[in-house]
Design a protein around this ligand. Structure first.
Ligand SMILES: [Zn+2]
Length: 247
């Protein structure tokens, strides 16, 4: 909405300058369809620059008119020229002065608009930067999922071999949190019938040892470093193929 307001203001300002300044800027116009803020900024700067050029011409013109007026005053004082000639010349200077003030106002308006377009651009840039930071923060906290597509023909019936390896290595049983389908998996809507979840963080010594064992055996797994909404309730190692949605 704001952009269209700018556009209309630019269009109106340019129409104004086109009539006021036809001989100096015959080509001054705006392509309304290409109204990006960069285009608006460029058009407004051009408008301001043209107005400033016009202002210089008008200042010269008024300076000359004032000089003539002074000469005329002298001639009237000397009784060489009729007094009513003086009034006409004074009106002319006043009219030029009014035109000059109008040009100054246009320059001021253009400056104001340039500032508004720039602050709008800065606001947008900040929003984009902020969104970037949020995304970056998200990716930092997002738990990494390690995926290993083992070639072995994995079946939940092979779980015994993994349990034996783990208990013989660490002297305790494999901390499984779900063997096959569980209430949690039903709740999340995953088919977990041929998978086993192990409650180990993939970066822990036990977790890393289990992962390297699974890799040497060609057993597929997924390792979660944390919770992923709707997928994983926390850090764990999922032994088996990635779960399919329960249909
Ligand atoms: Zn699982």
């Amino acid at each position: 909405m704001k952009r269209w307001n700018y556009l209309w203001i630019v269009a109106l300002l340019l129409c104004g300058v086109a009539t006021a300044n036809a001989q100096t800027n015959p080509q001054l116009s705006i392509n309304e369809t290409a109204a990006t803020s960069a285009d608006l900024l460029k058009a407004t700067r051009e408008y301001k620059s043209n107005s400033e050029d016009l202002l210089k011409l008008q200042e010269d013109e008024i300076k000359k008119a004032k000089q003539k007026l002074e000469q005329l005053r002298q001639l009237v004082a000397d009784g060489l020229v009729a007094r009513n000639e003086l009034a006409a010349a004074e009106d002319s200077v006043a009219a030029l002065q009014a035109t000059l003030e109008a040009t100054r106002k246009k320059i001021g308006d253009a400056e104001h608009m340039i500032a508004e377009i720039q602050s709008e651009d800065i606001r947008k840039t900040q929003m984009v930067a902020q969104a970037g930071l949020v995304n970056k923060a998200r990716s930092l906290v997002r738990p990494t999922v390690l995926r290993y597509n083992g070639a072995a023909n994995w079946s939940i019936a092979n779980l015994g071999g993994i349990q034996n390896f783990f208990s013989s290595t660490f002297g305790r049983s494999l901390p499984t949190s779900a063997v096959g389908q569980s209430a949690t998996h039903n709740g999340l809507g995953w088919d977990h019938r041929n998978s086993v979840d192990v409650g180990l963080h993939p970066d822990s010594v036990e977790g890393r040892t289990l992962i390297s064992f699974l890799q040497t055996q060609g057993i597929p797994f997924l390792a979660f470093r944390g919770a992923i909404p709707g997928v994983s309730t926390g850090a764990h190692i999922h032994i088996g193929r990635p779960s399919q949605r329960l249909s």
